[in-house]
Design a protein. Structure first.
Length: 334
């Protein structure tokens, strides 16, 4: 009797252990499946960084990229940044997958060890870049900036523009007092008179001109080409090269639309940016949207910027721009 009881107890104990093991296995399997689902969901989203008045803002407003990617099961998330430097920091940390900046931020990023890849380059927009002073300022030429406090975003396209403008007018970077400020903060400082000059890009340039607060000392003509550069992370390119090509193709299409519809573009940007249409019209009229091929001349333009920053000890090491230019394996089918 006791022997049979012991057998029943052992059997019940064994059954309990077996059921517990099966439940644990199912639970772990469920966790793995849930983790896999989350990974797939994350991989089916492209996170794009953009700035005010850049081609990606036009693409975002059009909604055409979302329509193009929907059949592929890919969603688009948009993140706005005040400057290219902040955008590339986010790109380098993996918080976004793709973005657009001016010419200088990628060089600072590469010099700090970033392996972000250039995937596209925009047309020159030097007319919208300017060194601004107050209308009643005694500063009449770039040479008059000697000893003055100049505001600009560190590592931005304005940084290189200022360096070249000073150099071509007989001054050095050491002749001015730099005030590293993002556009919003720089505008406040400029209007309050805590900086003597402001180096900035459109639409901020046009808005400052129209509101009557500023006078243009010089534009970027002869100093900088001020191009857009589009970059992506190596990790995203490795898995989703085709998606990046689709994004660039849609940038081309939305840029063509922008060039052909200046009135509609002005209205669109005015609403999106909260800036008067008069200022936006000026910014629109003095630039051409679109992409250029990565020619040796354009690569050399970018290399000259890198060399100048190294010469001035603004970056810690020399960089070879060509090392970070991505070569697509094949063109995206149209």
């Amino acid at each position: 009797m006791m022997k049979n009881l012991n057998k029943r107890v052992c059997f019940m104990l064994f059954s309990f252990i077996l059921v517990f093991a099966l439940l644990a296995a199912c639970s772990n399997h469920g966790k793995k499946e849930n983790k896999t689902a989350q990974t797939v969901k994350s991989e089916n989203t492209i996170k794009i960084g953009y700035q005010k008045n850049c081609p990606l803002l036009i693409l975002k407003a059009s909604g055409t990229l979302e329509k193009r990617l929907k059949p592929l099961g890919v969603k688009v998330e948009w993140y706005e940044f005040q400057s290219g430097t902040a955008l590339l920091e986010s790109l380098n940390s993996g918080n976004i997958d793709f973005g657009r900046t001016g010419d200088s931020p990628p060089i600072f990023a590469q010099a700090s060890g970033s392996n972000l890849k250039y995937v596209g380059v925009g047309k020159s927009k030097y007319e919208g870049a300017a060194i601004l002073v107050k209308k009643n300022s005694t500063i009449r030429s770039v040479a008059d900036l000697k000893g003055k406090k100049v505001g600009f975003a560190k590592g931005s396209s304005s940084h290189y523009f200022l360096v070249k403008a000073l150099e071509k007018n007989g001054l050095s970077y050491k002749d001015i007092t730099p005030a590293y400020l993002q556009p919003g903060d720089a505008r406040v400082a400029f209007e309050q008179g805590t900086i003597d000059a402001w180096v900035i890009w459109d639409p901020f340039t046009a808005d400052a001109e129209v509101t009557g607060h500023a006078r243009t000392l010089v534009t970027g003509e002869g100093y900088t080409t001020d191009r857009d550069y589009f970059l992506a992370t190596p990790a995203y390119l490795k898995k989703h090269e085709k998606i990046v090509q689709i994004v660039l193709d849609e940038v081309k299409k939305s840029s063509a639309w922008a060039n052909e519809h200046p009135a509609e573009l002005t209205e669109l940007l005015s609403k999106a940016l909260g800036i008067d249409q008069k200022a936006i019209k000026i910014a629109v009229d003095r630039r051409e949207y679109g992409l250029d091929p990565f020619t040796p001349a354009i690569i050399q333009e970018q290399q000259q910027i890198a060399d100048k920053f190294y010469e001035l000890k603004l970056i810690p090491k020399k960089v070879n721009v060509k090392d970070n230019i991505y070569h697509f394996k094949k063109d995206e089918g149209k």
